[in-house]
Design a protein around this ligand. Structure first.
Ligand SMILES: Cc1ncc(COP(=O)(O)O)c(C=O)c1O
Length: 453
């Protein structure tokens, strides 16, 4: 009888409920004591699980595969995993928690219908599975070039797989191990981690609400002789600042005097809340600026299409660096991106995206002003996903973000965005991955975590 029950457990699916003791008695023609004993033994063997009040279920099967001895790998791989902070940043939230740490839009902001239409058309073209030119589809390159400025053409553009890949490729092409690179402080974790992985020393340049401070940039170039300055002039991650128009010419002049490139990461193009965004820095400094633009933020995280634009030998260097890790972006994806960005649906989508992001940012700021007024926004963002806040004296951003996670809301402690020591305690709260209602609830939980009233 017990053997029959065992076979039944092994044949069933884990989670299947067993019939009641009474039913088993009649099915197996056994006494209640025999059935109960058999169930108990099978439970001890780990084949069954009893949940009081609910019944008896077939237990999840333990793997029968032998455990691998992998300890030797630590010896071979050595210390600390590279890019741990970036890995943590991009990891997904635990199910059920409110995501105020996302760098990508939640599904309600992705133009799924329009993307699907463009993807179907790309599939139907019949060319989507073939190889693509190494530099990208000429029409897509031309579209990116038009967005950079009037001095650019398709020949100045290389299509790559997302902004992160673009940063990696450009840094590899322009910097040397043991050399240095100037960056805004604070700046994007992904750029910091790439530079570190390449063995490049980061030189932080202080910023204020108007972007990088020109006299500090001058000093940093003088001291470091760095070949480039990496920056995000539009809705900077994490602060949200926009490089002031009156500083732009000066930034380019300083770089020119020091025979250096400016790497413009225009990741937030299309995320401005209302009105026109300033032109690219590259439009003011052709030849001097290496420009990066990605479609993942304003369209969809998996539309991993970005462009690197530049003029002269640098673009050949970048192309040579890129081909070592990847040949071209899947043609199907490029055709889909091209179909969408050249349709009228794209402008409509951007207009809606800007409106919704603005509403969310307003909701966030109102909720914070009501519940946590002592958390001080450093910049009033006019676009983008992030609000950068300075915490009151004595409050630890790391402790706060951990307490918040335990209460089911994810925010980012700011330390990872500083290439050198953080000068204070900051957090980054992001609106891309949460609706206005979730943002309100998230702030309530933050008030509990942060001890607000
Ligand atoms: C400033 C900045 N640049 C580049 C990226 C990379 O984005 P993706 O690789 O998805 O285009 C990010 C992503 O968070 C970012 O914040």
């Amino acid at each position: 009888m017990e053997q029959l029950l065992r076979q039944r457990c092994l044949a069933g699916e884990s989670g299947d409920r067993l019939p009641s003791v009474r039913q088993l008695m009649s099915e197996l023609a056994a006494s209640p004591v025999t059935v109960s004993r058999a169930l108990k033994r099978l439970e001890q063997e780990g084949l069954l699980q009893t949940q009081p009040g609910s019944g008896t279920f077939i237990a999840a099967r333990k793997s029968t595969r032998p455990r691998l001895d992998l300890a030797w790998q630590s010896l071979v791989l050595g210390a600390a995993p590279p890019a741990a902070a970036l890995h943590a940043l991009v990891s997904e939230a635990a199910p059920g928690s409110i995501m105020l740490a996302s760098g990508y839009c939640d599904p309600s902001l992705i133009p799924v219908k329009e993307l699907s239409k463009a993807a179907r058309r790309a599939l139907g073209s019949g060319s989507g599975w073939g190889r693509a030119p190494l530099s990208g589809l000429p029409e897509l390159r031309a579209w990116f070039a038009r967005g950079v400025g009037p001095d650019y053409s398709d020949e100045d553009v290389l299509v790559v797989q997302g902004g992160q890949a673009a940063i990696h490729t450009v840094f590899r092409a322009v910097t040397k191990p043991g050399g240095s690179l100037l960056v805004e402080s604070p700046t994007y974790v992904g750029a910091i981690e790439v530079a570190r992985a390449l063995g490049v020393e980061l030189v932080p340049v202080p910023c204020d609400a108007l972007g990088v401070v020109p006299e500090f940039l001058e000093r940093a170039f003088e001291q470091s002789r760095a070949p480039a300055f990496y920056c995000q002039p539009l809705h900077q991650n994490p602060t949200g600042s926009v490089l002031a128009l009156e500083r732009r010419g000066e930034v380019l002049d300083i770089a020119r005097r020091h025979t250096a490139f400016v790497i413009e990461d225009d990741y937030a193009r299309g995320l401005t809340y209302g009105g026109a965004a300033p032109h690219t820095l590259a439009s003011q400094g052709p030849g001097q600026v290496i420009y990066i633009r990605s479609l993942t933020k304003c369209l969809a995280a998996s539309l991993r299409v970005a462009a690197i634009c530049g003029k002269g030998p640098v673009l050949e260097r970048v192309a040579a660096a890129r081909v070592l890790e990847d040949f071209f972006v899947p043609r199907l994806l490029q055709e889909t991106a091209l179909g969408l960005v050249t349709s009228r649906a794209f402008e409509r989508h951007l207009a809606r995206l800007g409106r919704v992001l603005q509403e969310r940012m307003q909701t966030l700021q109102e909720a914070l002003a009501a519940r946590l007024p002592e958390w001080r926004p450093v910049v009033q963002p006019s676009g983008g996903f992030h609000l950068w806040l300075e915490l009151p004296p004595g409050m630890s951003a790391e402790d706060l973000s951990q307490r918040a996670a335990r209460l089911g809301v994810r925010i980012n402690a700011g330390s990872g965005w500083f290439p050198a020591e953080p000068p204070g305690q900051y957090v980054r709260i992001s609106i891309a991955g949460a609706t206005s209602e979730e943002i309100r609830q998230g702030v309530e939980r933050l008030a509990l975590a942060g001890g607000g009233s």
